[in-house]
Design a protein around this ligand. Structure first.
Ligand code: KIV
Length: 259
């Protein structure tokens, strides 16, 4: 049985933390779904970890659609949420509806995620939700605003900023978001947002009080050559791939393979 939005809300009520991981292709999606993750996020971080762009800003809707289609082909159990790429939703609620509709219709994702909680974005979320499109919010460090933030800085460190982020999260819930990502912010702020909202909060670099956690799978597997300070590697796939490939090359060169 596939995970539903309703079940995520029940998990918050039960106090059972929600696990979220990103995926960008069929192979990875199949593996993390079989391992039992609750939500697979086709995050626009794929721009950096899978396509080699220097930020997420370069990713287009067409590229996202291509990857989302591959991911949904590999997922049977988890809820699949897809990021709306930069400039595919900021222009107007109508533009956001068209982009979200494309991802739901042509890739079969269940929901979209948008970054930011400023008033125009709250209206966009309301517009989508009123038209039957489930939306996950994302506040704190929103990587599509990297230039506005002058880097990937922790957000909500002053009282004024913390209060603004709290108000944004409340506004997104009131607009109908079904869950919200809290990225790179102080633990007490994420805890306060989590206590205030009835929808699940999914933290990344936001401490342990959130209702769930998300990591970029490349970081989690130790596949990236760089990762943010708050990420945790549960493996070192980078090293093991290099060593495995070296062994293959050696065996080919030494006439050991094929035998
Ligand atoms: O793009 C992404 O992977 C994300 C997560 C870090 C939340 O938005």
């Amino acid at each position: 049985m596939a995970v539903t939005i309703h079940q995520l809300r029940q998990l918050k009520q039960q106090g059972r933390p929600i696990s979220v991981l990103t995926a960008w292709d069929f192979a990875l999606a199949t593996l993390i779904d079989q391992a039992g993750v609750d939500v697979v996020l086709v995050g626009d971080s794929l721009a950096m970890v899978a396509l080699g762009y220097s930020t997420t800003l370069s990713l287009t809707l067409e590229e996202m659609l291509y990857h989302a289609q591959a991911v949904t082909r590999g997922v049977n159990h988890a809820l699949v949420v897809c990021d709306l790429p930069f400039m595919s939703y900021q222009e107007s609620p109508q533009q956001a509806l068209k982009s979200a509709g494309t991802l739901l219709q042509q890739a079969g994702v269940a929901a979209v995620k948008v970054e930011g909680g400023y008033p125009d974005m709250v209206e966009t979320v309301r517009f989508l939700v009123n038209r039957g499109i489930p939306v996950m919010g994302h506040v704190g460090l929103t990587p599509q605003s990297v230039h506005q933030f002058s880097g990937y800085r922790r957000q909500g460190t002053s009282e004024v900023d913390a209060d603004r982020i709290l108000q944004e999260a409340i506004a997104l819930e009131q607009a109908g978001a079904f869950a919200i990502v809290l990225e790179h912010m102080p633990t007490p702020l994420a805890a306060k947002i989590t206590q205030t909202l009835t929808i699940p909060t999914i933290g990344i670099g936001a401490g342990s009080a959130c209702d769930g956690q998300v990591l970029v799978t490349a970081d989690m597997l130790g596949l990236s050559d760089w990762q943010p300070p708050f990420a945790k590697s549960y493996g070192n796939l980078r090293q093991s791939i290099i060593e495995t490939v070296q062994q293959y090359c050696d065996e080919v060169r030494n006439h050991q393979f094929p035998q």
